[in-house]
Ligand binder design. Sequence first.
Ligand SMILES: C[S@@+](CC[C@H](N)C(=O)[O-])C[C@H]1O[C@@H](n2cnc3c(N)ncnc32)[C@H](O)[C@@H]1O
Length: 392
Amino acid sequence: MVAHTLVETARHPERSDRGSESDSSLDEIAQEKHNALVATLGHHGKDLDNSASPKRWKTFWTSFRHLAHLTPKEVDDFMASYVIYNLDWSDEKKMTEELGPNYQEKVGACLKSYYGVLNHLCALGDVEKMYIPPWMRPKTSVLDNQLLYERSIAHDIGLTKGKKVLDLGCGRGRVAAHMAQYTGAQVTGLNIDPNQVEQATTFNAERGLNNTFITQDFNELPLPFADESFDAFYQIQALSLCKDLPTLFREIFRILKPGSMISLLDWVSLPAYEPSNPEHAELMRRVKPLIGAVGTPTPESLEAALREAGFEVVRSQNASIDGLQAPLIDTVDVYFRTLRQAILALVKVHVLPRHFKTLINRLCLDGQAFVKMDRMRLATTSYSIIAQKPMA
Ligand SMILES: C[S@@+](CC[C@H](N)C(=O)[O-])C[C@H]1O[C@@H](n2cnc3c(N)ncnc32)[C@H](O)[C@@H]1O
């Protein structure tokens, strides 16, 4: 019953049709959300010093050097990979026309070229963990909102010392490191991009963490794990890259022990989005490449796919304060547009190679379209679902 109420509240939020809101009502909602968060996370929610992230300047320079040494082919492949974000898994005909009958393989190759460069571009800012988190606490940085969100996952899926958890699309293993340090759980991370897997392995080993990382495309099933080998599962913003969600969820169901909890955070279109509305369609066309989404599920389609696989949906809601992620998206956008000005100036005086201009121009395209789409409640990357594999 509680689960039902939460699912329904999320689907029909009172404020979902508002384009903007007064500062005072937002402050009230933010305060309520913050109180709930502190009640859930206790003192851990207040203390975010124990970050698994390294010193920002070191991360920045490591990625900067990597980007400076990209080959022309790596840059060309990165730019060409954007073709997949103009397509959608739901339109197989167009996929086949554009990429040929073995389109799944082609998408996989594009994802590798894209993420092999993108992870370094993102690391130039506060999104080394390549996701904009739910807006959970006002006047708090993107990085700290990420930490808060990750701690809420740990709580929701019951991570404790020794539990085995799978992180699908694990980025550079920074979330995994935070989870292990925060709870003592042991994380297995899975990623299509060997470059990120290598960084994740080194980063976690340097911290003496017993986490492991494997290179694997989650569109290539089965996953290399035995039945019922994990106690929990989470994924952060990787599902739009999954060709067949019901099949993937069935596979996740297989590898989890009965009673295990799972947490999903992802990109979905919301009820206000109308594909036949030209403004909505144009925003979608611009935002998908920016956030790197191929598919655009809805909350209902995600829930249906989970149920079809055997899961029980416990909670389904936008995890951001008042369903609004825009303040954090805007912060990231402003940062990267400022960085772009500096990069363009340095390219102009030949201090930086020309390909920096190509990369930063592509990265900075359409950030404000994302802010607008979020404010109009047309789509979000902060939709959260908690589900459970029933007890045997
Ligand atoms: C938008 S990022 C999400 C942020 C990520 N969870 C993190 O912690 O940085 C998507 C992640 O999923 C990985 N990924 C994308 N497609 C994949 C696939 N088909 N199989 C496995 N991993 C994939 C990417 O390499 C990237 O690390």
